[in-house]
Design a protein around this ligand. Sequence first.
Ligand code: NAP
Length: 430
Amino acid sequence: MSEPLKIALAGLGTVGAGVVKLLDANRDLIARRAGRPIEVVAVNARDRNRDRGIDVSRFAWVDDSAELAGRSDVDVVVELIGGSDGAALVLARKSIAAGKAFVTANKAMIAHHGLELADAAEAAATPFKYEAAVAGGIPVIKGLREGAAANLLTQTYGILNGTCNYILTRMEAEGSDFADVLADAQGLGYAEADPSFDIDGVDAAHKLSILASLAFGTRIDFDGIALTGIRHVLAADIEQARALGYRVRLVGLAEADARGLYQRVAPCLVPDAHPLAHVAGSMNAVVAEGNFVGRLFFEGRGAGEGPTASAVVADLIDIARGEVGPAFAMPVASLTKAPRADAGERRGRAYLRFCVADKPGVLAELTAAMRDGGVSIESMIQKGEAPDGGVVVAMTTHEGPARNVRAALDRLEGSPSLTAAPLWMPVLEV
Ligand SMILES: NC(=O)c1ccc[n+]([C@@H]2O[C@H](COP(=O)([O-])OP(=O)(O)OC[C@H]3O[C@@H](n4cnc5c(N)ncnc54)[C@H](OP(=O)(O)O)[C@@H]3O)[C@@H](O)[C@H]2O)c1
């Protein structure tokens, strides 16, 4: 068998320790598949003495992650530190400049600096891979970059954050409120102590920006994503949605057509008949529509030690085999800069929920605002108590441009009848 592929690992947390465990457990199988052994030679983390459940004494330890880029005994640098900038970015830039192959699970860094890094990797003719960065263990990067490479893709969307899906599906199963489920999820380790990146949709947006670039051959445009998280979803919304034949899911969706690139992350009403409605707990799923292949549906674990390590090591096996394809399925110079589509023009149905004071005339005020905004109401339900003691009024609309819904909601801005900001959830129409 040929020379081993020699790896340096920066970051030995959940994913880093998982990579060491996986390479140990499946060593022989991986060597046969890769055509050569894959060996960790050097590692780095912040605390050398932390118990990680793995023996790191067999590897060279470096105190500064950036040192890994300069080691002559290393072929591939694997960055598992995290963060869009800081030590992770310094290591990425140095490793690629030194001609090392580079692997990361860091979606935040790719969303913000991925094109720069891919460009540098092309110039250095070295692999740059990130399968673990989107939907953890699901081989969706490979699926889009390789499996679906022959297709014109016009749409990709999915459940891209396991924490949000866990919270929403528990709210659905138990009828519990968001804050209670979040606190419980934090206790169980399903949500971070600071959950804002997850629950405000930022993490899903990082992943969506990468998927959109891969799918459409466009430059990553993270700042072009319209973002709404799940903080304001009430148990009552989930109950209303269920009664109407929908589930509530945080969906990242990107579309590209002649009008430009449309990208949003928002809690949506997903019809029961759609496979995304049945993605439960911390699972992730990604859908892509290709003009020859039709609908592709990928589902699996989007996070956790084992699934994420599985994706990182798949990249290492590719590198061991000599695979040096462009990171975003085509050279960076071939990616187009798509204009942002006018979100107001996008047509669809919507779920709108209002928490209102329990007094006469409020319903008339809501329906007048809809009429004046040009929104046609499909169904209206007045049900349940709002958290502040008022009542919850929910409605679904007929298909129309998002601009009209915005106009209707603007008419209600500052109304004393509303006891909380309205919630607007698009209906997933695909
Ligand atoms: N966890 C998942 O399920 C998952 C899934 C997909 C993608 N990812 C991505 O994978 C990456 C790692 O995530 P994780 O969950 O493994 O994180 P983690 O458990 O917090 O581990 C981070 C590791 O980085 C080390 N570290 C932090 N700052 C450092 C610095 N300045 N220099 C050197 N090392 C530093 C830490 O050292 P100490 O251990 O000494 O503190 C720790 O070993 C992130 O980009 C994340 O977004 C994670």
